[in-house]
Write a protein that binds this ligand. Structure first.
Ligand SMILES: *[C@@H]1O[C@H](CO)[C@@H](O)[C@H](O)[C@H]1NC(C)=O
Ligand SMILES: *[C@@H]1O[C@H](CO)[C@@H](O)[C@H](O)[C@H]1NC(C)=O
Ligand SMILES: *[C@@H]1O[C@H](CO)[C@@H](O)[C@H](O)[C@H]1NC(C)=O
Ligand SMILES: *[C@@H]1O[C@H](CO)[C@@H](O)[C@H](O)[C@H]1NC(C)=O
Ligand SMILES: *[C@@H]1O[C@H](CO)[C@@H](O)[C@H](O)[C@H]1NC(C)=O
Length: 468
């Protein structure tokens, strides 16, 4: 996942281009009325799809060249939209795009992008495919099954488990030439791998996945990433003196400032995974603790308990990634409430408050464009695809109280009707074809000689590794 600078410059340009004929049409929303929520979700999702061009002539399905991982967030939103509303309008595009980007090896390392991806980028696509399997989104006739794509990502990432530093974990980035991101271990990459393993374990019943989930959790708790007393989740951790097996590097946090350590998704991606472990008191305590933390931190009293990305929203400096996290949290919250019913009464009211505020932000550009800061309860002048994705997700999540009684909405497993084809060896059968890195920009030129050597050596190692 790349952290581009501020979104506000692009947003401002876009805003200037598209402004005109402005009239304030809010998304009308009665949070206690099923049809009203469906209509609002349809409006937000339509707005989201105005940013998607993958089904047009000459375009590539599912491709988001400058922000590849965000495609997975869009498809994740479409899956939930379809699941909770029953509206199949976008299912063809969803199916084609989610399949297209899986790459020739079926592990979401498509060669157009694979040379600059982080473990988290690949993981999000794997989670979207996992969701497709869990929601019984039909497998394609020709291509990879959704379950096997999730397995492909799992197999690929398990091969990158690295005990050289701190006895385990995944680094943020995949390749040495990605610099700092390769020497750092972060919560999203490990939390995501944990979640994927836990969900695969739940779906297939295969203990290989649950062993890896437990191993990743235990490792995370043994580092500063997850504190199993306070339930604080930190962004990342890094050695100070290069790669050593010494544990002392752990004392350094890689954080730009202390308050940068607890962004929305890093806690929730881990939190969501506990839905697979409800029988076990240890897991329940962790779920409870993480939920407490998340609710207290990101649903603050000062906003009237409206969900807020607390670090960037007040200063209006959220980047594209950060705009997406409220949507992802909404989705995961809704599934936690389904899988662990005892959490429903704590989660659902917060999702309702969020949805009402989110819908009120959608008065932009004369066409219901949504803003970033939901707690403003009005359009804040920052439109974008990410904004539409998040609002689509929080609205879909709010259909839970209605659909819960009419049909089974719980994610399925292979023993409760899930029929996505399993392939435990997915992603391992063919070598991954990778291209070279992007042309080196001026800023990266220092040390290019060393970089090239390191690259060549590790390239060979990687290829060998991938082929095992
Ligand atoms: C692409 O999908 C949109 C719906 O999101 C639809 O309105 C449009 O007609 C489709 N375009 C093509 C070329 O199929
Ligand atoms: C990769 O790029 C080529 C050339 O633009 C395109 O034909 C192909 O569909 C792309 N594949 C993916 C997965 O984006
Ligand atoms: C683990 O990290 C070290 C550098 O710390 C690297 O040399 C090695 O190739 C990595 N192993 C794997 C499996 O990625
Ligand atoms: C918390 O994490 C520590 C460090 O890994 C571990 O020793 C301890 O058993 C964990 N406690 C619980 C309750 O899981
Ligand atoms: C979470 O909060 C509830 C209510 O305040 C409290 O009873 C519970 O002990 C907390 N759970 C954990 C694990 O801290």
């Amino acid at each position: 996942m790349h952290m581009p600078g501020s979104f506000s410059i692009c947003a401002a340009v876009l805003y200037a281009l598209t402004l005109g004929g402005y009239s304030a049409h809010a998304i009308q929303l009665d949070i206690h009325n099923e049809q009203s929520i469906k209509d609002a979700a349809a409006t937000a999702t339509w707005g989201m799809m105005t940013y998607y061009h993958g089904n047009e002539t000459g375009q590539i399905p599912g491709a988001f060249p400058d922000k590849w991982w965000e495609g997975s967030a869009l498809f994740y939103a479409l899956l939930n939209y379809w699941h909770f509303t029953g509206d199949t309008t976008y299912n063809d595009e969803l199916s084609v795009g989610l399949q297209w980007q899986s790459g020739s090896n079926g592990d979401y390392l498509p060669s157009n992008y694979s040379h600059f991806l982080g473990n988290d980028d690949q993981m999000f696509w794997g989670l979207a495919a996992m969701t497709a399997a869990e929601l019984k989104f039909p497998d394609v006739k020709h291509g990879f099954s959704w379950l096997s794509l999730a397995q492909g990502v799992f197999n690929s990432q398990k091969g990158r488990w690295n005990t050289t530093m701190c006895g385990g974990g995944l680094t943020w980035q995949m390749f040495p030439y990605q610099g700092g991101g390769y020497t750092m271990k972060n919560a999203i990459s490990n939390g995501g791998f944990f979640q994927l393993a836990a969900r695969l374990a739940r779906y297939t019943g295969d203990s290989e996945y649950s062993d890896w989930a437990k191993k990743t959790w235990d490792w995370s708790c043994s580092t500063p990433l997850v504190n199993n007393q306070t339930w604080l989740v930190l962004d990342s951790t890094e050695g100070t003196d290069g790669f050593t097996a010494e544990p002392r590097w752990l004392l350094e946090f890689w954080t730009r400032c202390p308050s940068d350590i607890f962004e929305l998704y890093r806690a929730d991606i881990i939190l969501f995974s506990f839905r697979t472990k409800t029988g076990d008191q240890q897991w329940y305590t962790a779920l409870d603790g993480l939920l407490n933390r998340t609710l207290a931190t990101f649903f603050p009293e000062k906003t009237g308990y409206v969900m807020e990305e607390i670090l960037c929203e007040p200063r209006q400096i959220c980047n594209n990634n950060e705009v997406l996290f409220k949507g992802l949290l909404s989705t995961w919250f809704s599934y936690i409430a389904i899988i662990v019913p005892s959490t429903y009464d704590r989660i659902m009211p917060k999702l309702q408050i969020a949805a009402v505020a989110a819908a009120a932000s959608c008065t932009g550009q004369g066409n219901n464009a949504c803003g970033v800061r939901w707690y403003e309860s009005k359009y804040d002048g920052h439109p974008g695809m990410e904004q539409q994705i998040s609002v689509s997700q929080v609205l879909s999540a709010n259909l839970l109280p209605f659909v819960q009684t009419s049909k089974s909405v719980a994610p399925v497993t292979s023993s409760t009707g899930g029929d996505s084809q399993s392939n435990p060896d997915a992603g391992l059968t063919n070598p991954v074809v990778k291209k070279g890195p992007d042309p080196i920009s001026t800023g990266d030129k220092a040390g290019a000689g060393i970089l090239t050597v390191v690259l060549a050596v590790t390239w060979a190692a990687m290829m060998a590794y991938a082929a095992i």
